[in-house]
Design a binder for this molecule. Structure first.
Ligand SMILES: [Zn+2]
Length: 237
């Protein structure tokens, strides 16, 4: 049986992980119900994480403090500071981002679809950590890749207008068989992080394309029946 979790070597000093399809993370945002907690056992065993605080994801750019949120809180990014709980987001094609301050021990978990990227949710999480950019480490997890993420031209325009895509549109070079742009959304996130002072060396890409590879859930591939993967991290004290 394959390992149920991907880890980022860059974040080795933090308890964290990106679950794979095999970890059977529940599809909704409930995180404490006992019958669903059982589905998290494999993930918890592999990461050392306990309960993971999550929110109701709405493809926005709101960042909340995990300790002040509930599963009904509408937010796509959670912060947690030393002494706080583990925080996590669920994805299936969207980009999961884990941030960690190697000095303060604070962390963030972020769910970023293209709308969230346009709205600047990753930079908002960086700001929320209150860290020096030089102390932040970032792991960008499995998401639909530039091989498969076909979008309308208006999405590329929105990414450029939102400062998430360079003017030369180099993260939208490819064209699908239908002639539509193919976008590298993870590169857009990395570009935003670098613009906010995080060095390339402090940004890790973890895993591959969710659509291509059956070890991941993919909403585009599997539709409404798709499950979700959990990306979670706990602060250091
Ligand atoms: Zn692909």
């Amino acid at each position: 049986m394959p390992a149920p979790v991907l880890l980022a070597p860059l974040l080795a000093s933090f308890r964290h992980g990106f679950s794979l399809r095999s970890a059977q993370v529940p599809t909704d945002h409930t995180f404490e119900a006992p019958e669903r907690a059982a589905a998290l056992v494999a993930f918890r065993a592999a990461t050392g994480l306990g309960a993971v605080r999550q929110t109701k994801q709405v493809h926005g750019a709101t960042i909340v403090e995990g300790s002040a949120s509930t599963e009904q809180t509408e937010a796509d990014g959670l912060l947690s500071f030393p002494g706080g709980s583990a925080v996590g987001v669920r994805t299936a094609d969207c980009v999961p981002i884990l941030l960690a301050d190697r000095v303060s021990g604070a962390v963030a978990a972020v769910h970023a679809g293209w709308r969230g990227v346009v709205a600047g949710i990753a930079p908002a999480a960086v700001a929320g950590l209150g860290s020096r950019p030089g102390s932040i480490l970032a792991a960008i997890g499995p998401a639909i890749g530039p091989c498969c993420f076909e979008v309308g031209l208006e999405v590329v325009d929105a990414l450029v207008d939102g400062g998430a895509m360079p003017e030369d549109r180099r993260f939208a070079n490819g064209r699908s068989g239908a002639g539509k742009p193919l976008v590298d959304l993870r590169a857009c996130v990395a570009f935003q992080l670098e613009k906010n002072g995080i060095s390339k060396a402090a940004i890790a890409l973890v895993g591959g394309c969710t659509y291509c590879d059956a070890q991941y859930h993919s909403f585009r591939r599997d539709g409404a029946a798709s499950g979700r993967m959990l990306a979670a991290i706990a602060p250091n004290s």
